[in-house]
Ligand binder design. Sequence first.
Ligand code: SF4
Ligand code: SF4
Length: 350
Amino acid sequence: MLHRRLGRTGLDVGVIGLGMEHLTSPDTLVETVRAAVDGGVNYVDIMIWRPELQEALGVALQGIRNRVLLAGHLGVATHKGMYRKTRDPVECRQLLQDLLARLRTDYLDVLHITYVDAADDLDRVMAPSGVLELARRLKGDGVARALGMSGHSATTAMRLLESTDLDVVMQPVGLLDPSDAAKRELLHLCSRRGIGVVAMKPFHGGESFRLEEALSPWQCIHYTLSQPAVGVALCGVKSVIELHQNLGYLDAASEQVDFWPRLAEFQEPVRGTCVYCSHCLPCPVDIDIPTVLRLRAAAQDGVGDALRTQYGALGSPASDCVECGECTERCPFGVEVTELLGDAARLLEK
Ligand code: SF4
Ligand code: SF4
C-alpha cells in the first residue's frame, strides 16, 4: 500500500480507503473489512446506519482495531432501515455512543459532520450549541482524533472552512465530476491550509463503468489521487472481488492507470492548465513537476506552514530546473512548465 499524510491530522493513510455504503449484509461486511485490512487498507469510512451492520463492523475489527483508522459521521440516523440525517445535538451524541458501543471502541480517528451542503443547513450546524460545537467537545474529550465534514458542495465546504478549524474535508473527486472551478479552489485551499481531503465517489457511483467505453477503476483512482490535497480515495465496494480489483491499482503499469486520453470526454481541460497527469516526467534533475505545480497553484493566495512543509519534503526544488524543455515538449496540455516552476520557486523558496 502507498501511504500519504492526511493533511495536518498527522494520520498516515493508505491511498485506497474502504467505503461501506454498498456492503449490505453482515457476513460480506466482515469478510470485506478483514480482506481490506489484510490488503493494506487502513482508512475505513463508516457510512452505515443499520445497527446490525455496525455490530458486524465491531466483529470485523476484533483484534485489528489498532491497524485501522475509523472515520465516522456525526448526525447519521436511521428511519425504517434507511438513512436519515439529524442535527439534534442530543440525538447525535446518543447515536455516536451507540455506534462506538457496537464497534467496541471508545474513539474514532476522524469524525465527520455528515452531509453539509445547503446554506441553511450549514447555518444550523454552526449555530451556538449546534453540531459543530458538539463535534469540538467530542474532540476535546478524546472521542475523535480529527474533525471533518462531508458533503458535495465545494462552495459550502469553503464557507465552513473559512470560520472553523476542521482538519479534514470529504468531497467527491472523480474523473466524471464536472471540472468545476469551486472544486479546484477548494482543493487548493485545503492544500494551502494543510486540510486533508478524503475523496469519495472516485467511480461516480459506478457510472464510470457503465459508459459505452468504460473507464477502468485504476484510471479513476489515479485521477482522484492526482488531484491536490487528496490523501485517500475512498472506494465503495460490494464484495471482496471488487476490493481486490481496486487494490490491483497499486501494481498497475503506468499505461494502465493513465487517464488523460479520456479526460477531454468528461472535463474540458483548458489549454495551459495543469491536470496533474504526470506525462511531463521524468525530469533529468528529478523535479516532481505535477506536485510542484499543485503546490504552486495552492500558493497563489498565500503560503502557510503547511505548504512550506509539503514543498520542503520534495527531493528537488523548482529552482533546480535547468530549462532543458523536455517536460514542455511532453505535456499534452500545453502547460508552460518552466515558467510556472519559476513562479513556484519565487513563491515557495523565499
Ligand atoms: S505539466 Fe502537463 S504533463 Fe505535467 S502534469 Fe501538468 S498537465 Fe500533465
Ligand atoms: S525543463 Fe526543468 S523541469 Fe522540465 S524536464 Fe527540464 S529540468 Fe526538468
